[in-house]
Design a protein around this ligand. Structure first.
Ligand code: MN
Length: 749
């Protein structure tokens, strides 16, 4: 008996049939039966459930199935799993039932998509990271798990508006941090772009809207320009008898934003905000590569190319399988146009990524190209073989190892090895053979002797130097980057570790005896909770290493039971109020109505630190993060670190409102550029010292051939004061730009 109205049920069924039709159209002999059975089961299991927005829950799995079928191009098994993906998590049904009804394969994929259960308590390291690790474990067995998860995330991002405001940031950050790079790595370019744009829209609504609106305004002008640019190309390619399609595409809002940040420029200075794409139907018996270059040649007969912008991913495809020939040419009015040349096959791979690769697997030469992805998966499996790493460490390693761009180095025999960027001599040694790693004492790079921690560069020719006397050392863990080297090192330390743990156990017992305690489970629980350590062994190890002060343990048990910490009180308050949050009319675009803690001058309410990576000042949009010691740290919302924290420690972060301060001053750093002239420095300092309540802390100016750049650190009370100074400086004759920067990294805020 359906708990939905007949009208709703009609709509549900028609959405399902629409999805099924998309699948059947490209797979006329597909397994319709299993998809229908999965649908019937899911519909019944979610009967009566509704999403936050009020619509029947089943629309979500159907939409995910649609993305899986239409945008990723997967088959009946994946579509069925997409339909069933929330059944085990959200209903009474079990994995065993799924297995009995749909078989082992579907059951194992669905279980990979089911989140770990468990309350998010404060002691817990990070449930987000644990869940992600589980996802990857299942993915290494069947990549469809991650593809469906990406589809699930995409639909959640598309419907993020109905989520409570506080969760929007967390989900958006996690999407930027993990899911978009993952989609990219699997070659799902369109999905990656959409994920980034959606996440960006919720992360930084103002910045998003400003770019979006600028692009909208220039819409008609761009179309006209494209027509003028493409007409001669069309004529020429037609005369050559080439069958093709030409279109222009706006780059994503997020990629334009990144470019503005990287180059520290405004949107007007970014010329290549569109890309022209030529997709040709390959002629038989001529290599696609040759046909790409023929089209390139035809275009450059008309427009002059910019030699430094030629990218040949036809001869050497990107690691994620992308193939195309990119060139930038000068079009009408002296404007630069990026042109991407692809065959129909290359285009499909670019649009659908991984799934499209399998479709072309029968091509003999496609097999060789697939190895890149295979290799990546192999590395992932290796990486998951390391059971020691905790989830957060794992996530870190995963980011550096599997999303890193790669470098290629050569052995003395000319053999090529691909390594993640940042790899050292020692990483390479372990990559080649464990024995080489264990006994490595350094290397020769391009015939020059270097140390173990030397960072390899692409193109280096490397020889590993060993000595039988060498033994692995703990400090090696500080610089190796590959998961393989880390795992091998940890293996080697395990024996040593056992001895340290034993010593730690004796020290602890000794201390506890003096306190009239034993190391029974309540005592251990208290200790682990206090030091925020998960395993008993880890605690004993740290004690054995003398990394833990025994006085602190004494103190812990002598002291009366401590009150709940500030953050615990704060977050339990949030947990209660969360349920009462009403969906906003237009959430994500209206910051300010989110729940947030308010930071004021009164430090007895909140004592806090300002993060050194971004140095926010009062008035900045900030997030609050409670670290392991329960210390409140404020990060600028635009800080990369903040995004990482939201993505991995979402339960320890929250919005904060930092109002203008009148008691404490903070450091704001600005960068200025301009033309050098006599008296410039004087005028700059006059502008600053003439402003009340602003003090100059340091100045650093460099001149070069008549122009200068400078960095000035100021002590100010809030953003208002800093913006005032920026305005004042901009009025100084000869100064061309003044921008606030983050403290350490120099990135623009
Ligand atoms: Mn879902």
């Amino acid at each position: 008996m359906s708990l939905y109205t007949p009208k709703e049920l009609d709509y549900i069924n028609s959405e399902f049939e629409r999805m099924l039709a998309v699948y059947m159209q490209s797979n006329p002999n597909g397994n319709e039966d299993v998809v229908r059975r999965a649908y019937a089961f899911a519909l019944d299991a979610h009967n009566g459930m509704r999403r936050r927005s009020g619509e029947p829950y089943i629309f979500h799995p159907i939409s995910v199935a649609m993305i899986v079928a239409n945008e990723i191009g997967l088959g009946a098994t994946s579509i069925s799993c997409a339909l069933l993906h929330d059944v085990v998590e959200d209903t009474q049904h079990t994995s065993e039932e799924i297995e009995a009804l749909f078989g082992k394969k579907i059951a194992s994929i669905v279980s990979g998509l089911t989140k770990l259960k468990g309350a998010t308590t404060f002691q817990e390291k990070s449930l987000q990271a644990e869940n992600f690790k589980k996802l990857l474990l299942t993915m290494s067995e069947d990549i469809r798990v991650i593809l469906i998860k990406i589809a699930d995330r995409l639909h959640n991002m598309r419907t993020l508006e109905s989520m409570p405001a506080r969760k929007q940031y967390r989900i958006a950050a996690e999407t930027l941090y993990i899911y978009a790079p993952l989609a990219h790595r699997l070659g799902l370019f369109n999905i990656k772009q959409e994920l980034e744009d959606l996440a960006f829209r919720y992360e930084q609504p103002e910045a998003y809207l400003s770019i979006f609106n600028t692009l909208e305004e220039a819409h008609t002008k761009r179309d006209e320009l494209f027509n003028r640019f493409s007409e001669p190309i069309k004529t020429k390619l037609n005369s050559l008898g080439i069958e093709f399609e030409i279109k222009h595409r706006l780059k994503s809002v997020y990629s334009i934003y990144r470019k503005m940040q990287e180059k520290n420029v405004t949107i007007d200075s970014i010329f290549d905000i569109t890309a022209t794409r030529i997709i040709f139907e390959p002629q038989p018996n001529i290599a696609e590569k040759t046909q790409c270059w023929n089209i390139y040649s035809a275009i450059t007969d008309i427009y002059r190319p910019r030699p430094d912008r030629l990218r040949d991913w036809v001869s050497t495809p990107k690691a994620n399988g992308y193939e195309a020939l990119h060139s930038t040419v000068m079009g009408p009015d002296g404007l630069w146009f990026e042109v991407q040349i692809r065959s129909r096959r290359m285009d499909e791979i670019a649009e659908k990524g991984y799934a499209a690769h399998w479709k072309y697997k029968s091509d003999t030469d496609a097999n060789a190209k697939e190895n890149e992805l295979e290799r990546w998966l192999k590395r992932l499996r290796e990486f998951l073989d390391n059971p020691q790493a905790d989830a957060i460490e794992f996530l870190d390693d995963f980011k550096t190892n599997l999303f890193a761009t790669e470098i290629m180095v050569f052995t003395p025999k000319g053999e090529m090895k691909t390594m993640p960027t940042g790899s050292t001599i020692l990483d390479l040694a372990y990559e080649i053979h464990t024995h080489l790693g264990t006994h490595c004492i350094g290397g020769k790079v391009n015939h020059k002797t270097v140390g173990l921690s030397y960072k390899l560069q692409s193109g280096d020719q490397v020889e590993i130097l060993t000595s039988t006397k060498q033994q692995p050392r703990e400090e090696w863990l500080d610089f190796v980057v590959t998961a393989r080297a880390k795992a091998k090192l940890k293996d080697a330390f395990r024996d040593v570790r056992r001895t340290v743990i034993k010593a730690g156990e004796l020290i602890l017992q000794d201390t506890l005896t003096k306190l009239n305690l034993t190391d029974n489970s309540p005592t251990m629980k208290t200790l682990l909770a206090h030091f925020k350590i998960q395993k008993r062994e880890e605690l004993l190890f740290l004690i054995g290493k003398e990394k833990i002060d025994m006085a602190e343990i004494n103190h812990l048990f002598i002291q009366s039971k401590p009150d709940r910490t500030l953050s615990q009180r704060l977050f339990s308050a949030f947990a209660r109020s969360d349920k009462k949050v009403q969906p906003n009319k237009k959430p994500g675009i209206t910051p300010g109505n989110r729940e947030a803690i308010v930071i004021s001058d009164d430090t007895s309410v909140f004592s806090f630190k300002v993060a050194a990576c971004c140095n926010p000042i009062p008035g900045d949009p900030v997030i609050a993060y409670f670290d392991e010691q329960d210390q409140l740290i404020l990060h600028h919302r635009k800080c990369d670190q903040a995004i990482e924290l939201l993505a991995t420690y979402g339960n320890r972060t929250t919005d904060a409102i930092w109002t203008s301060h009148k008691i404490n001053a903070y450091v704001g750093t600005i960068k200025i550029d301009g033309l050098d002239r006599v008296g410039m420095l004087n005028d700059i300092s006059a502008a600053i010292s003439g402003t009340e309540k602003v003090n100059m802390r340091s100045v650093h100016i460099e001149t070069d051939n008549g122009s200068f750049t400078g960095t000035i650190s100021l002590s100010v009370f809030d953003t208002g004061a800093l913006n005032g100074i920026i305005k004042k400086l901009l009025a100084v004759k000869g100064i061309q730009s003044v921008a606030r920067i983050g403290h350490n990294n120099g990135s623009t805020l």
